[in-house]
Design a protein around this ligand. Structure first.
Ligand code: TYM
Length: 332
């Protein structure tokens, strides 16, 4: 089976609809077809300031959500990044073959650091994509299911893998991004020119999977739509309505063309009302399942021990090969 790896930050607690539709949903299907590794990236979550108590809580909440959407620890490997020390170890090695200029060109760093000023950003935020490359290469992943915003980080990963292979001999598999076009970039409901994100200035355009259903419905009903009244799919001219149709189609399984036909002659209000129902129908059992996993933290932690053990059967081997290739003296 081909290998897949992906990761998600525990930073916000609840995942949002973009995380789910852009990435996590695809992870579920891939656990059948791939040898799949999915990690909650807590090392990445400390790059921009954090609260220790909240981080610990949110790491469990993250894992619970992954199980609630249908990741099955019997069929894939779910683990927490810091439980597998090889991530940080390979991260260091990869940072030593990354150019400073190359790292400086990462747009996500530029975006995030411009908010607080590059001067005040942590070095960890700067080297974040290098650690991400290590996450992927450690497992020799063939495929990495992510949203559009991770494309550049995947390119860096491939560049670093190739460079290492050239310098020290073939070691790493070059991973392909797996980006599903339709849902690769879910937009903010209040500002359809921006992707849905926790760091938006208001949370009105952000649908968090764990927030109360009534609040979710309200946010959808007050989503910004476009001028005109026709419900058509035109991401350029009608980004707001098209985004709603994308979400609707992804969650209901109904093709966009069918939805457009069904809503011919109806108004934006009808569409939003029905979409609110579709989303609430999805989140209600999801929230219940997440809570059930959280009610038994000992069981959750046990699953994570097993996950880390499975992950380490691969990561230890890759790191040993890397250490050998770069000329580290093996401890006698
Ligand atoms: P993170 O935690 O920000 O997001 C998790 C996944 O959700 C996707 N995503 C979206 N997809 C569609 N529309 C959106 N509005 C949207 N917002 C987020 C992201 O593309 C991502 O796939 N750097 C990564 C975490 C990471 C990782 C890795 C990923 C660390 N190591 C190794 C893959 C492989 C991140 O911050 O994702």
């Amino acid at each position: 089976k081909p290998r897949v790896l992906s990761g998600i930050q525990p930073t916000g607690g609840s995942y949002h609809l973009g995380n789910y539709l852009g990435a996590v949903r695809n992870w579920v299907g891939m656990q059948e077809t791939h040898d799949a590794f999915y990690c909650v990236v807590d090392l990445h979550a400390i790059t921009a300031g954090h609260d220790p108590k909240l981080l610990r809580e949110r790491t469990r909440v993250s894992v619970a959500q992954l199980l609630a959407v249908g990741l099955d620890p019997a069929r894939c490997t779910v683990f927490v990044q810091s439980h597998v020390p090889e991530h940080a170890q390979l991260g260091w090695v990869m940072s030593c073959i990354t150019g400073f200029g190359e790292a400086s060109r990462m747009t996500q760093f530029k975006d995030k650091s411009s908010k607080q000023g590059a001067e005040r950003s942590s070095v960890g935020l700067f080297t974040y994509p290098i650690l991400q490359a290590a996450d992927i290469l450690l497992y020799q992943a063939d495929s990495v299911p992510v949203g559009e915003d991770q494309r550049q980080h995947l390119e860096l990963t491939r560049d670093l893998a190739q460079r290492f292979n050239t310098l020290f001999g073939k070691t790493f598999t070059l991973p392909q991004p797996h980006i599903v076009k339709e849902t690769a970039k879910i937009l903010d409901l209040q500002d359809p020119s921006a992707k849905m994100s926790k760091s938006a200035s208001t949370t009105n355009g952000l649908i968090e999977l764990l927030e109360p259903a009534a609040k979710i419905a309200k946010k959808i009903k007050s989503a910004v739509t476009d001028t005109g009244r026709d419900i058509v799919f035109d991401p350029e001219a009608k980004a707001g309505v098209s985004n709603l149709l994308t979400i609707y189609s992804a969650l209901s399984g109904r093709p966009i063309a069918e939805l457009v036909e069904a809503y011919a002659g109806k108004g934006y209000g009808d569409l939003k009302k029905d979409l609110a129902e579709v989303v609430v129908e999805f989140v209600t059992p999801f929230q219940q399942r997440t809570q059930e996993y959280l009610d038994d933290p000992a069981q959750l932690d046990k699953l994570l021990v097993i996950g880390a053990e499975k992950a380490r059967t691969v990561s230890v081997r890759t790191l040993a090969t890397v250490y050998d290739k770069i000329g580290f003296l093996a401890p006698a």
